[in-house]
Design a protein around this ligand. Structure first.
Ligand SMILES: [Fe+2]
Length: 187
C-alpha cells in the first residue's frame, strides 16, 4: 500500500526523518487494523453521524478524506499565520505531521462486524482512539507536538493546556466535525 499516495500531504513535511515516521505510523495502524486499500475508503470518519453512511455502506466522508481535510486546513492556517507575520511561531512540519496522525488510532478503534458494518472495538469504547493512537506510535519517538496532537486533539485534551500547533489541529478537526454533523442531520 502506497501511504504517500493515500495521503499526498505527507510530501509537505520537509524533515525526512519525521516524514518517514509519519508514513511508518500510518502503515502500522492500517496493518494492525487489518484494512486493505479498498476498505480504507469504507471507514467513516466518525460513528457519531449515522446519516454519513450512504447506500452500500459507503460513507459520504471516509476517515482518509477527513484526515486529509484536517491536514489541509492546518496548512491553510499556517499560511494565514504567515500572512499575519507569525508563521515563524509555528513548527510547520510538526503541525502537518500532527494533522496527519491525529486520528491514527481510529484505524484500530474501529473494526468490521460479520455483516461488514464498521463498529467500535471494545478497546475503542473504553480507551478511545487518542490513547490507542499514542500507544501505537510509542516506538517512533515522535516530537511532543505530534504526540499531543494524537492524545489530546479531542475532548480528552479539554483540561490540558494544548500546544499552539495542537490547538490549531483541534480546531481544524472540530471544523471537520460539528458543522458537518449539522449538515447531515438537517438533511
Ligand atoms: Fe479527526
Amino acid at each position: 500500500m502506497e501511504i504517500k499516495k493515500l495521503f499526498p500531504e505527507i510530501e509537505e513535511i520537509g524533515n525526512e526523518e519525521l516524514k518517514n515516521k509519519v508514513i511508518k505510523a500510518l502503515e502500522k495502524a492500517i496493518n494492525i487494523g487489518g484494512w486493505n486499500e479498498e476498505d480504507l475508503h469504507l471507514i467513516p470518519f466518525t460513528l457519531l453521524i449515522p446519516e454519513l453512511i450512504g447506500k452500500n455502506s459507503i460513507p459520504k466522508i471516509s476517515i482518509i478524506k477527513h484526515i486529509r481535510a484536517v491536514t489541509q486546513m492546518c496548512i491553510a492556517t499556517y499560511e494565514r499565520y504567515e500572512m499575519l507575520g507569525i508563521g515563524d511561531k509555528l513548527n510547520k512540519d510538526e503541525l502537518i505531521a500532527g494533522g496527519l496522525l491525529h486520528d491514527v488510532g481510529k484505524f484500530i478503534e474501529y473494526e468490521r462486524d460479520k455483516t461488514g458494518k464498521i463498529i467500535q472495538t471494545k478497546d475503542g469504547k473504553y480507551i478511545r482512539h487518542p490513547a490507542m493512537g499514542l500507544e501505537l506510535v510509542y516506538e517512533f519517538d515522535l516530537p511532543l507536538i505530534v504526540r499531543q496532537a494524537i492524545v489530546f486533539h479531542s475532548k480528552e485534551g479539554d483540561k490540558i493546556p494544548r500546544l499552539t500547533e495542537v490547538e490549531i489541529i483541534h480546531r481544524c478537526d472540530f471544523l471537520c466535525f460539528a458543522p458537518v454533523k449539522q449538515i447531515f442531520e438537517n438533511k
